[in-house]
Design a protein. Structure first.
Length: 342
């Protein structure tokens, strides 16, 4: 939504520079507020359109190898939602969308492994950036489930502002896993893995930390690992995403514990699941210091896990999600690790 913020600033600047006859400062202020609301509405409308385009592209790019569905399921209520004619939040679960990819070659008479693939980003979404990863997982014989957890972009303001980074987002992803096991009729509940990069890596970690009985293996690529440290090296604009009234509502300075609760590095003692972690020293999004803290915490707790810290691999934050020979080979290592437990 940043382009709209820039546009808004330009419009306001021009408007305030023009002669205004018969209007008070209150009149101008009211018009500015109305203009902001219109631009916000337009931004969400464009996000919805982009999401519909992505949905069409999924069928175009993956349809020949997978049966694709997009399902709408209930999950944990939004504690900040408004009560409606006496129906309280605890009686009204939020509903989320999930992509489902079932390999066309799958033997439907048997049970199969499931990979849960949460997307990354603060207010991100499951875009076609992941097309090649989904195709590769399908080639490995996995059913793939990609939850568009609360806070995702492309579904309107209410969905967007229900964000709970590292909190109820995790509940949404676990609820999606449970839905797949219960509803698809294809899934062996003892063979479920979770794979995520960046914020998706944080969700993968927190999911297995809090629900070790529901996942048999996890992969976390360049995972956001320590939100307290992250708030220290990121920009004010980025910090504002978390301290917004509709989100955590406080800065890390004001509520350090809330940020620690959402950080894998501060929850390392919970690990019981086979885990592989990858990070890269030239990552300009998730600084390697976060992942190093996670690795050190897991070691201090005596946990059994695998990891690699890559030195300045081309691609930075996306080093093993690209279409380079190295990235493809690296993903084969990830799939081999998953297969050991699925």
């Amino acid at each position: 939504m940043k382009p709209f913020s820039v546009l808004l600033s330009l419009i306001i600047a021009v408007a305030l520079s023009l002669p205004v006859f018969g209007q008070t400062e209150n009149d101008l202020a009211s018009k500015v507020v109305a203009l902001e609301a219109q631009l916000e509405s337009a931004s969400f409308a464009i996000d919805r359109l982009n999401k519909k385009v992505d949905d069409l592209l999924w069928f175009e790019r993956v349809g020949e190898v997978a049966e694709i569905d997009k399902v709408y399921i209930p999950t944990t209520p939004n504690p900040r939602a408004e009560e409606t004619y006496g129906i309280t939040n605890d009686r009204h679960p939020i509903k989320i969308w999930c992509y489902v990819f079932v390999p066309r070659a799958l033997d439907r008479s048997k049970k199969h492994s499931l990979i849960v693939l949460p997307h990354g980003g603060v207010h991100g979404d499951f875009g076609t950036y992941y097309t090649h990863v989904v195709r590769e997982l399908i080639g490995e014989g996995y059913v793939v489930l990609a939850p568009e957890y609360r806070g995702s972009t492309g579904y309107g303001k209410e969905y967007y502002e229900a964000i709970d980074y590292g909190g109820l987002e995790v509940s949404d992803v676990v609820a999606a896993r449970d839905w797949a096991v219960e509803s698809l009729g294809l899934i062996d509940e003892t063979r479920v893995g979770i794979v995520g990069w960046s914020h998706g890596g944080l969700i993968a970690l927190m999911s297995v930390f809090d629900h070790p009985d529901k996942f048999q293996v996890a992969y976390a690529g360049v995972p956001v690992s320590d939100l307290v440290a992250r708030m220290g090296y990121m920009t004010d604009d980025y910090r504002g995403l978390y301290s917004a009234d509709y989100h955590i509502g406080k800065t890390a300075y004001e509520d350090t514990e809330a940020y620690r609760r959402r950080s894998p590095a501060w929850n390392a003692h919970k690990l019981q699941t086979p885990l592989l972690i990858h990070t890269n020293t030239n990552d300009r999004d998730v600084n390697v210091l976060e992942v190093e803290h996670l690795i050190q915490s897991l070691k201090a707790e005596g946990k059994d896990f695998e990891y690699k810290i890559y030195q300045d691999r081309p691609g930075g934050h996306s080093f093993n999600r690209l279409d380079t020979p190295f990235a493809k080979e690296n993903r084969k290592e990830i799939y081999a690790f998953l297969k050991k437990f699925l």
